[in-house]
Every structure is written in structure tokens, then in C-alpha cells.
Write a protein that binds this ligand. Structure first.
Ligand code: CTP
Ligand code: CA
Length: 231
């Protein structure tokens, strides 16, 4: 089949991005969710596509415009996202895990809509979800670059991010302080610190497109440092 000619420095690079926030069903119509809009992940995907990469986004409940250069796969729950990652991760060179994955989900969601009649209270029992990124990193092959995100609040954010870098065996962690007004979840701007084994880069408040570009520069630097051939 016809294929576009080489267009940029990332031509031939396969990039997998997870974006948005998972929804964990409580019953047939309700869920436990979070405030992630998917903007940061979508910005990373478009920036990578602009460099010529072959980009797939696993989109968890994202209501944003889509880039014609990018392939999107819609998922909803953490379990859906885990299954989609299992399918798409082995073939990628770069994973950017920006999705906000629920840490807990209701045990045995009801298949019908729960009724309020006759109840004074409602207790929902939750169980932990699998840590998708930790599982992927444990099974990675040489030449894959893994970038995680860390949504933290307040002091110690960067230290928590560095802890995730080590604990999850990642190449980079993008730390954002989600408690700051006007940045992080569901906003057009972000302010992050990119943590790698080599050090830390603070990216002062700017549009998510520019933050995405900074993240991709870090990926480039990591990949040139390890002189990874495309495979
Ligand atoms: N992540 C994941 N699977 C989960 C939870 C998180 O893959 N079940 C990923 C996120 O996509 C992110 C990274 O792990 O890239 C860190 O997520 P974060 O919520 O900041 O950290 P947690 O390890 O879940 O710890 P905590 O929420 O308690 O800070
Ligand atoms: Ca979490």
C-alpha cells in the first residue's frame, strides 16, 4: 500500500500514549471517575505525530477534538486500559502513560441501576486495580522508553515523582502539582518537573503543547544517550 514519505526526525518511531481518566462502574449508569481531561496526553500525541512518529492513543473517556495523524482506541475502565496496553505496548518504542488510572474500583458492580428506595446509606466496597505501568515496565524489552506521570499535591511532589521513577523502573516521570490553581487537570496550561536518572528539568507554566514538546525532547535525549536502534 502507498505510504507517506519520511516526514520528520521521528519517522519510523512507534509511540503509544495513554490519555484521559478511567471510569470504574458502580452500577449500570454510575461510575467512579477523576478530573483528567486527556489534554496533556493528546498534546503529546500530536507533538509526536508532527515529528513523523506513528502514534496510537489509548483514550479513556476523552471528549476532545482528534488529530487525523493519530490512531485512537477508546477505552473506559482500568481493566479496559490494561487489556489495550497489553495489545499495543509490545510493538511500541516509546510509551507515554499520561492516563489517570483509578487506583481502586468497586467490587462486583451491579448490572442494574441501584435504587435509592429503602436505603439510608450506600456503602461501596472498592478493591485495588492492577498498576498497569509497573506491569508493563517489568516486561519491557530493550529499546523501549517509558515515561510515567505523577499527579501530586504540594511539598514533596518531586521526591514522590523520583520515588515512582525508581519503584516503577521508568526512564522519566513527569510530575505535576495538581493542587495549584490553573494547572494540571482539565486546564490548558501545565507546569511540570521532568525527573530522570540524570536529573530534573523544571518546565514553568505554559501551554500543554509546549510542555508536550519538552517531554519529547527528554525522550529524544534518553534515546540518544542509550543509542537505541529502531527494532
Ligand atoms: N498508573 C497505572 N496504573 C494504575 C495507577 C497508575 O499505570 N493502576 C500509572 C499512571 O498512568 C502514571 C503513574 O502510574 O503514569 C503514576 O500514577 P500516580 O497515580 O501518580 O501514582 P500511583 O502509583 O497510583 O500512586 P498514588 O496515586 O498513591 O500517588
Ligand atoms: Ca494513583
Amino acid at each position: 500500500t502507498a505510504r507517506a514519505t519520511a516526514t520528520g526526525p521521528w519517522d519510523g518511531l512507534r509511540v503509544l500514549v495513554t490519555a484521559g481518566g478511567t471510569r470504574e462502574p458502580i452500577d449500570a449508569v454510575r461510575f467512579v471517575g477523576n478530573r483528567s481531561s486527556g489534554r496533556m496526553g493528546f498534546a503529546v500525541a500530536s507533538a509526536a505525530a508532527a515529528l513523523g512518529a506513528d502514534v496510537t492513543v489509548l483514550a479513556a473517556n476523552v471528549a476532545l477534538g482528534r488529530d487525523p495523524r493519530v490512531t485512537y482506541v477508546d477505552v473506559s475502565s482500568a481493566a479496559d486500559l490494561e487489556a489495550a496496553c497489553a495489545e499495543h505496548f509490545p510493538g511500541c518504542h516509546v510509551l507515554v502513560m499520561s492516563a489517570a488510572v483509578a487506583d481502586f474500583r468497586p467490587v462486583d458492580p451491579a448490572e442494574v441501576k441501584l435504587k435509592k428506595t429503602g436505603r439510608d446509606e450506600l456503602t461501596i466496597t472498592m478493591e485495588p486495580t492492577p498498576d498497569i505501568l509497573t506491569g508493563l515496565a517489568a516486561g519491557r524489552r530493550p529499546g523501549q522508553t517509558l515515561v510515567g506521570f505523577a499527579a501530586e499535591t504540594g511539598e514533596g511532589a518531586v521526591a514522590y515523582g523520583r520515588d515512582k521513577l525508581v519503584r516503577k523502573r521508568l526512564d522519566a516521570v513527569v510530575v505535576n502539582d495538581v493542587a495549584q490553581a490553573g494547572i494540571g487537570f482539565d486546564t490548558p496550561d501545565n507546569e511540570v518537573t521532568i525527573v530522570t536518572a540524570a536529573g530534573e528539568e523544571h518546565v514553568a507554566r505554559r501551554g500543554k503543547d509546549e510542555v508536550a514538546a519538552a517531554i519529547l525532547r527528554t525522550v529524544d535525549a534518553l534515546r540518544s544517550a542509550s543509542a537505541t536502534p529502531l527494532g
